[in-house]
Design a protein around this ligand. Structure first.
Ligand SMILES: [Zn+2]
Ligand SMILES: [Zn+2]
Length: 236
């Protein structure tokens, strides 16, 4: 793993833990701030998926790549309707069972592994694409850590267990980066897998969460996330 890949992997993993700390330390202001980040992260992440990941996936592996994009999209849908049935971004506000939080963690471990694959695949394309994918990953990892740790607390788990769950997501992300370096098929199809999964996470996990919220703040920060992506792309 290159130094840059390692630094990205560790920072992304730490973002999961920082998101969790906002919940486990009971810092209400940071919970609210991370909640507002959801929309911004969704805008950035979807822009990366549509403008960078998809075209690169098609360029690398053509029609087969397109099939892998669809397959990955469907696979996330399938896992969220079988294993991790109760998962949504945003703070958990109702009581859930241990079974629910445990299975949500398993589903999210797969997703966060692909977060890592996406970062490594972006770096294979170019340092700039790697940096853009990394930014999209880090932005949603804060609310992601918040979501899993609040789900754990809502199921009656201890603070340590809630933090541990977020740390496990971080470790899965590091593994995703490290294994893309080692496994040839991940180097070929990693972009396509990342595109399918990122589109699902952005459009089917994050956007529906935003649609539940009223007011102008949410749609504006969603657009601001897209705008920040284009600014970063232009600057890189
Ligand atoms: Zn819930
Ligand atoms: Zn993620």
């Amino acid at each position: 793993m290159s130094g840059v890949a390692m630094a990205y992997a560790v920072t992304a993993a730490l973002a999961n833990v920082v998101g969790a700390l906002a919940v486990t330390t009971g810092a209400r202001w940071s919970v609210r701030a991370l909640d507002r980040m959801l929309a911004f992260a969704a805008g950035f992440l979807l822009s990366v998926a549509f403008v960078d990941l998809l075209p690169e996936a098609y360029a690398r592996s053509g029609r087969t790549g397109a099939m892998v994009v669809l397959g990955s999209f469907l696979l996330v849908h399938f896992t969220q309707h079988t294993i991790g049935r109760h998962f949504h971004f945003g703070e958990e506000r109702h009581t859930v069972s241990r079974m629910t939080s445990g299975s949500a963690l398993i589903g999210l471990l797969l997703h966060t592994f692909v977060d890592g694959v996406a970062v490594a695949s972006g770096l294979i394309v170019s340092p700039a694409v790697g940096a853009l994918v990394f930014a999209g990953v880090v932005l949603h990892k804060l609310p992601e850590g918040l979501a899993i740790s609040s789900l754990f607390l809502a199921s009656g788990a201890s603070r340590q267990a809630a933090l541990g769950a977020a740390a496990a997501l971080g470790v899965a992300t590091i593994l995703g980066v490290a294994l893309t370096d080692q496994i040839a098929s991940l180097q070929t199809y990693g972009m396509a897998i990342s595109a399918g999964v990122t589109m699902y996470v952005g459009a089917s996990n994050l956007v529906p969460e935003l649609q539940k919220r009223g007011g102008w703040e949410t749609p504006l920060s969603f657009l601001a996330g897209c705008g920040a992506y284009f600014l970063a792309r232009w600057a890189l």
